[in-house]
Ligand binder design. Structure first.
Ligand SMILES: [Zn+2]
Length: 209
């Protein structure tokens, strides 16, 4: 890839936007009011806005390896708190994807240095669901299921936080678990029953909202 092309592409993009709406950037500069917080994987193939067909200003985005919500990660927690408390998003989406290199790397016996503690959280997901996962013989089907279960567990991690418990209970904010199927280009809603999950974990994680 010729990196200087990026600036040519940018000029074309500006022209294209202004052709459709001469005030496009003037309006964009006024501020943001996104309805959705999207937490996805850093994988270059899973481009948040593109696959959802949304425009700049529509979605607040956080991406990291394997779309993780880790309570001591100041980065994801800052994004989450800002999106919920200040931007008042109505929806939070955790979007995983099949063929996730982060999920695969987590399950291979290799020392990956600084990535070890990050990816270990995925091994924890495997441990929680090992009976179901070990029963799946086909390796790629098992990885795909782990991708889905990882999305589910990251939704649970969201529901463990004060900011999400408060927004779900007080203003009906919704949490969604999705998976992007890279080989088909299709976005799949896992249709997780978030309210049952929150009831189930309340005994342990309730923060009193
Ligand atoms: Zn990934």
């Amino acid at each position: 890839m010729d990196i200087s092309k990026v600036f040519e592409n940018n000029e074309k993009w500006i022209e294209n936007k202004l052709e459709k709406d001469p005030n496009y950037f003037k309006e964009l500069a006024k501020g943001q009011n996104p309805d959705i917080l999207y937490v996805g994987c850093s994988d270059s193939r899973v481009t948040a806005e593109d696959l959802m067909g949304v425009q700049p200003g529509d979605v607040f985005v956080h991406r990291n390896i394997a779309n993780m919500v880790i309570s001591i990660d100041l980065n994801v927690m800052s994004v989450l708190n800002y999106a919920v408390e200040n931007l008042k998003v109505d929806h939070i989406v955790i979007c995983g994807h099949y063929e996730c290199g982060g999920v695969k790397a987590a399950m291979n016996p290799a020392d990956l240095g600084i990535l070890n503690p990050w990816l270990r959280n995925i091994r924890d997901v495997y441990r929680i669901h090992r009976v179901e996962l070990n029963a799946i013989e086909d390796e790629s089907t098992r990885y795909n299921r782990l991708v889905e279960l990882n999305v589910q567990e990251q939704c649970v991690n969201l529901l463990k936080t004060a900011v999400v418990q408060k927004a779900v209970r007080q203003r009906g904010m919704k949490v969604h678990g999705w998976v992007f199927d890279v080989s088909q280009g299709r976005l799949i809603d896992l249709k997780l029953d978030i309210y049952s999950i929150i009831e189930e974990i309340t005994e342990i994680y309730d923060l009193g909202f």
